[in-house]
Design a protein around this ligand. Structure first.
Ligand SMILES: NC(=O)c1ccc[n+]([C@@H]2O[C@H](COP(=O)([O-])OP(=O)(O)OC[C@H]3O[C@@H](n4cnc5c(N)ncnc54)[C@H](O)[C@@H]3O)[C@@H](O)[C@H]2O)c1
Length: 259
């Protein structure tokens, strides 16, 4: 992959979680194309290593289960050893499985909260320490349109992403008030064509095409999103272009939340 030495995040070092597929892969690739060095992380070691190898010299891969605090400490240590600094953390890894308040089990609720929300707490906590040492940074948390607009079929998912949204603001305020030069923002995708979205089409009762049309109809722009729609937003928040933006909710959802 061709890197742009003068790109929008040139010289920065980024850690991306869930970077083996979907949004995380697109984000890692675009950050690298825009000049960053990237630590791609995931629990899927084979695909993650393939993404990093394909990006080339600018990327490394490490296994990181985002629910495991010891692994966070170890991987951030690896970032410092490999690249000498951490400027950007993208907390992207997440799971989405349907469940309403009547059929959701407590075990599944806890699993979704752990993978989607506890993980972002852990990532922010350990990244802030590393970023402080380097004089600042930018944390981008991937939430969801469903953090801002409830879906009856997604009780745990909505709650986990709402937790990420307000956690983001708390981290942003703490860092601002302490003069750390660390910004923290959330991105709220609508439905985006990734393996996660494909699994929803597979689960659909009835026709896949009808389900896709239903998803499209939920977005006033009349389509579902592409991974790069999200990656461009992340690069903006990771870059110095967004230097006066912190604690913000950036919806990239074709108008879903406002409709
Ligand atoms: N695709 C969408 O429509 C959509 C919409 C709104 C928000 N999101 C959010 O965007 C993020 C990425 O979604 P996606 O569509 O790319 O998902 P995906 O399922 O296509 O890919 C997710 C990646 O995260 C990894 N992962 C899962 N659990 C992990 C863990 N415990 N530790 C580390 N890695 C783990 C998976 O191995 C996979 O590579 C998620 O947080 C998701 O909730 C997606």
């Amino acid at each position: 992959m061709k890197r742009d030495e003068g790109g929008r995040v040139a010289g920065k070092v980024a850690l991306v979680t869930g970077g083996a597929a979907g949004l995380g892969e697109a984000i890692a690739r675009l950050l690298a194309r825009e000049g960053a060095r990237v630590m791609v992380t995931d629990i899927d070691e084979e695909s993650g290593a393939r993404v990093a190898a394909d990006i080339g010299e600018a990327a490394r891969f490490r296994r990181l289960d985002v629910t495991d605090e010891a692994q966070w400490v170890s991987v951030i240590g690896d970032v410092m050893a490999e690249f000498g600094r951490l400027d950007v953390l993208v907390n992207n890894a997440g799971i989405s499985e349907p469940g309403n308040i009547e059929d959701e089990s407590y075990d599944h609720w806890k699993r979704v909260m752990t993978v989607n929300a506890d993980s972002v707490f852990l990532g922010c906590k350990h990244a802030v320490r590393a970023m402080k040492e380097g004089g600042g940074g930018s944390i981008v948390n991937i939430a969801s349109a469903l953090a801002l607009k409830a879906g009856a079929m997604f009780v745990a998912y909505c709650a986990s992403k709402a937790a990420v949204t307000i956690l983001t603001k708390s981290v942003a305020l703490h860092c601002a008030e302490n003069g750390y030069n660390i910004r923290c923002n959330s991105v709220h995708p609508g439905a985006i064509e990734t393996p996660m979205f494909e699994r929803y089409l597979d689960m659909a009762v009835g026709d896949r095409e009808a389900t896709r049309k239903f998803f499209e109809s939920q977005h006033p722009l009349g389509r579902v999103g592409k991974p790069d729609d999200i990656a461009y937003a992340v690069v903006y928040l990771a870059s110095d272009e967004s230097g006066f933006v912190t604690g913000e909710e950036l919806c990239v959802d074709g108008g879903n939340v406002i409709s």
